[in-house]
Design a protein around this ligand. Structure first.
Ligand code: ADP
Length: 502
């Protein structure tokens, strides 16, 4: 290959570009450029196919006419054609872009180069003129410019290689408050806060854009009136065909509102977290307090109960009726208090101990609960045979006992209580319901009664401690389940709890 090319180069005869024929052929082959000659006064002396295509005249129609024919009226009035020739004459050549007129009167955007042509003695022979039709490019540029200029939500502007503003759209004016006249030519660093300027951030942003191609970031920026806004910024470096940095394009968005909203959400979340932590700490404190109080109460309680019994047994015969009545009251108060302490201990133990779940046969848990009741004959059990839930067995029994005993307890005086226990599968869960024909509960209290000590009745009407449902709720939740209630006054109640099916 190498040797053949070497031979070929050696074989080449030089071509004389100055030859009239060669030059004419070259010019005649060009269609994208209008190339023609003017005499020293501006009259057209030659015409190529490119000129015919672009301007619409045939050679015969136009040769001999003055080149000012191609200029729109405003430019003629301004003396543009003469000015161009004069400049070309003085400087050697003239270059410009502007509107020109075709034969049919339509306009095109022309890129024009005029060169003064002199003979060997330096006498002016005329002018060479090369014109290119850049209408399409100009339209595209203009469309693009209009598009950018019309954008109001984004500040879109460009910087030169030194960081001075070279273009400015209406979004930039809206967001940063400077008009194009005020800001073009100024350094973009004035958009930064004094702190950021001192830290050299503007230069760092440009350096990153230069080395990485672009820079993206968020931060405070300063408006003309000195107020600040939170900006989302993208800076892109622009390079020319030779790879030289020609400047930067910058797109800035004012996202202050979004930032404020996010900050607020963040602040709320933090506050909430602190509150939750405080509450958890208080709860834990309260629980350990109530646990130790309950625990410590048992000993003196036992003493009261024991001495009351001893008094009754040893001195019952010498006590009169009133003293005996007082003694009975002491005993039953001690009993009630014992119950309360036991319930409290049960409740606080529920959150202290592990509750490992295992498959539990519902019917057997119900049986265990019924075994602890005084009058299980009022309870109907309709639980599918063999149905199991994942539960901590003794806790489930306790919860069922609480629900069933409530169902038997809260009914109008004299009425026969009736409780029904059912179980049904719901997807991967099982819902166990305890329905009664009792007094019912106003929906306004449905949430409240699951809290500790929340009772809707005095101890005279219905005895109790107000802890039973709290145990049901905490127990189910600790087993990953849920509790609920359907009830209205006078229409009975249906308590349910849902646990994972085993
Ligand atoms: P206790 O039964 O010891 O009072 P609970 O926590 O079990 O405490 O119940 C809280 C309150 O909810 C009861 O005092 C009662 O007012 C109401 N309640 C519970 N179960 C029923 C029910 N089946 N029917 C009507 N009211 C009920």
């Amino acid at each position: 290959m190498t040797s053949r090319r070497a031979t070929a180069v050696r074989d080449l005869e030089p071509i004389d570009l100055g030859s009239e024929m060669v030059f004419r052929r070259l010019v005649d082959a060009v269609e994208d450029y209008a190339i023609f000659m003017l005499d020293p006064r501006g009259y057209i002396r030659s015409w190529n196919p490119g000129a015919e295509r672009i301007k619409g005249y045939k050679a015969a129609e136009i040769i001999g006419h003055h080149f000012s024919k191609f200029y729109p009226k405003a430019e003629l009035d301004a003396g543009k054609p003469e000015l161009e020739l004069r400049t070309a004459l003085e400087a050697g050549h003239y270059q410009d872009e502007g509107w020109r007129v075709r034969k049919d009167g339509s306009r095109f955007w022309a890129s024009v180069v005029i060169t003064a042509v002199r003979d060997e003695d330096g006498r002016l022979m005329g002018y060479g003129k090369i014109t290119r039709d850049l209408t399409d490019r100009r339209r595209a540029e203009q469309r693009y410019r209009l598009l950018i200029e019309g954008v109001t939500d984004y500040a879109i502007f460009s910087l030169d290689a030194e960081g001075c503003v070279t273009s400015w759209n209406s979004g930039a004016e809206r967001i940063k408050q400077y008009s194009a006249n005020e800001i073009i030519g100024q350094s973009f660093s004035r958009f930064y806060t004094p702190e950021d300027r001192a830290a050299g951030l503007p230069q760092k942003v440009l350096a990153t854009a230069r080395s990485e191609g672009h820079y993206e970031g968020e931060g405070w920026r300063v408006r003309k009136d000195g107020t600040r806004f939170w900006a989302s910024v993208v800076v892109t470096a622009m390079f020319d065909d030779e790879g030289q940095l020609s400047g930067y394009s910058k797109v800035t968005r004012d996202i202050t509102e979004r930032k404020q909203l996010l900050d607020q959400v963040h602040r709320h979340a933090q506050e909430l977290e602190i509150q939750v932590r405080e509450r958890e700490a208080t709860n834990a404190e309260l629980e350990s307090f109530s646990y130790s109080v309950s625990h410590d109460l048992r000993a003196p309680l036992r003493a009261i109960e024991g001495f009351a019994t001893a008094l009754q047994e040893d001195y019952g015969t010498v006590l009169d009726a009133t003293a005996s009545d007082y003694l009975n009251r002491i005993s039953s108060a001690a009993l009630r208090m014992n119950r309360l302490v036991q319930d409290l201990l049960d409740y606080s133990r529920l959150s202290r101990i592990e509750l490992p779940s295992e498959p539990v046969l519902i019917s057997s848990a119900v049986d265990n609960a019924l075994g602890q009741l005084d009058s299980p004959e009022h309870v109907q059990v309709r639980v599918p045979e063999g149905m199991k839930v994942m539960a901590h067995r003794s806790t489930l029994v306790q919860m069922l006992y609480n629900l069933i005993s409530n169902g038997l307890k809260f009914h109008p005086e004299g009425a026969e209580p009736s409780v029904e226990i059912t179980a049904e599968q719901r997807g991967s869960k099982v819902r166990i319901s305890v329905c009664d024909n009792g007094i019912g509960i106003d929906p306004a209290h449905h949430q409240r009664i699951f809290q500790v000590f929340e009772r809707l009745h005095g101890a005279d009407a219905y005895p109790g401690t107000g802890i039973g449902l709290a145990i049901v709720k905490r127990g189910t939740e600790r087993m990953g389940g849920a509790v609920g209630l359907e009830s209205e006054p006078g229409k009975g109640s249906k308590f349910w709890l849902e646990l994972a099916k085993a």
